[in-house]
Design a protein around this ligand. Sequence first.
Ligand code: ZN
Length: 320
Amino acid sequence: MNNHIKKMLRITDEHLDLTNTEEYKIKGKNTLVIFGVYSPMPSACRNCGSTIVDNEGKSVVVRNGKKEVTIQLDSYQNMPTILKLKKQRFHCKSCSHNWTAQCSIVEKNCHISKFITLKILELLTEKISMTFIAKQCHVSLTTVLRVLKSVESQLPQQLKPRSFPEVLMVDEFKSHASYEDKMSFICADGETGELVDILPSRKLDKIIPYFNRSPLEEREKVKFLVTDMNAAYFQLTKNVFPTAKLIIDRFHIVKHLNTAFNDFRVREMKRLITNKKKSKANKLKSNWKLLLKNQTNISISEFKTWRSFPSPKYHLLTAL
Ligand SMILES: [Zn+2]
């Protein structure tokens, strides 16, 4: 049975014995707890190199109790799984050195198994949030960041240049990546909607070097740069995409017009109230939804009664 469970958990260390499995509630979550013992006999003292038994047959390196550690394993059947492992401690009579056996499924001084570390690394290659990865792996966000940091030295120093679509849309969004900037920068292909890249900061001094990494002939392929009315991005056409035409996204234009119209409605309402024309002001107040409605969605044929235009003074009216 021990071997079957080890196979299922992909533990290959022959000196690790699993003794029991139980289900407990830990921090409010049902958790699968596996108990195990790790006790490989060393061939010599780790410190002075003495053999286990001396020439006279007396033991030099002896077992010296066990230390229990909790190791987090990858969740099993969607249930958080931990391994309570008793690791053998040793004592060398020759040099009085004490040490604990090190198990291969976990790094030294770490309580998260290598399987989880690998899972985190694999998920980090996907376009998903780190918070989501932390939740999936039942670890803290700090752990995910630490795993990411651990591979930093293996990343290429210079990022590769890249190609850009003919229509490049740029915008910013709130990403909570607050270590650099509250807002992150996003760019996408305007024709397919496909994501091109996300940058941690929307600041120009970060964005311009990022784009300028690619050669001019690649950047000249961008024919249209679609942006909101943020003046900062206008400079991108000057510095980065010299052949691109600047287009203001109609979504942003409509949004600005809507906001301006709504502000006007509120101002007018206040004016009517100060002029003691409360019933007129109320008409503007209660019909705000209709006033901001898209013109194409307004029915011109449906006659009905309106609360702010009561009969008998008003008859059935259409929305327009
Ligand atoms: Zn020793």
